[in-house]
Design a protein around this ligand. Structure first.
Ligand SMILES: Cc1ncc(COP(=O)(O)O)c(C=O)c1O
Length: 230
């Protein structure tokens, strides 16, 4: 069995001292515009397997063969432009600084929100290095005083954009009506259900200023105070 590692959002993250992207047999990174380092769009596949690397290069470029216009298999145009690659290399030179900024922001968010009832902060295990691509919270409606969706609306009123977490695989229409795949119902995926209902990403850019994080956390505390007063 081979393991394909989805490291799309985890540039620089570590598991037991090893960088993600080196844990599986083959790994994918995204360089979409909202990622820690970006080329605007596109991504990267990494592997130590020479044959797979060669195959990936061919799939990327129409599966051109010998002679050039004889295609042994169906390939695609997944090429990153040279200009994008140059941007990516320049971004790579700054990765430590960009990751450190996110870790610092996460520390600050955690410090300012840790005493707020009904908020679960993102944990970092002793064996992990989290790069906080997004700073995610869970909002327990009963303890916090309002739902995640209501808090999103309160933040929006003050000009602060947020995002919900991803929706579980068991709910993806693209897959769940396929007969050959067994899809669990929601009672079998209680954690994914909670993450979808309660999960909220706060602004997470590496370029956030301390004052912006303080502003955001003040609004969250204020929203809670108002909700508990009602
Ligand atoms: C875990 C994960 N996998 C895959 C993707 C998709 O990446 P892309 O949009 O570059 O294809 C994302 C994007 O955010 C992601 O977070």
């Amino acid at each position: 069995m081979s393991v394909i590692e989805d490291a799309a959002e985890a540039h620089g993250a570590e598991y037991k001292g090893r960088k993600v992207g080196s844990l599986g047999d083959i790994a994918c990174f995204s360089f979409y515009a909202n990622k820690i380092i970006t080329t605007g769009e596109g991504g990267m596949v990494v592997t130590n397997n020479e044959q797979w690397a060669e195959r990936a290069r061919k799939l990327r470029n129409h599966f051109f063969g010998e002679p050039r216009f004889l295609h042994q298999e169906v390939g695609y145009n997944y090429r990153l432009t040279n200009m994008q690659a140059a941007i990516g290399l320049a971004q790579l030179e700054r990765i430590e600084e960009l990751v450190e900024a996110r870790r610092h922001n996460a520390y600050l968010y955690g410090y300012l929100l840790k005493k707020v009832p009904g908020i679960t902060l993102p944990p970092e295990r002793s064996w992990a290095k989290n790069v906080y691509w997004m700073y995610g919270l869970l909002i327990d409606e009963k303890k916090f005083g309002m739902s995640m969706k209501q808090l999103m609306a309160e933040l929006k009123k003050k000009g602060i954009d947020t995002r919900t977490f991803f929706i579980g695989m068991h709910k993806q229409p693209a897959y769940y009506d396929k007969k050959e795949v067994h899809f669990p119902d929601k009672t079998e995926c209680p954690v994914a259900e909670i993450l979808e209902k309660d999960g909220l990403y706060l602004p997470s850019s590496s370029h956030l200023a301390v004052e912006q994080i303080e502003y955001i956390t003040d609004i969250i505390k204020e929203a809670q105070k108002n909700a508990l007063r009602r």
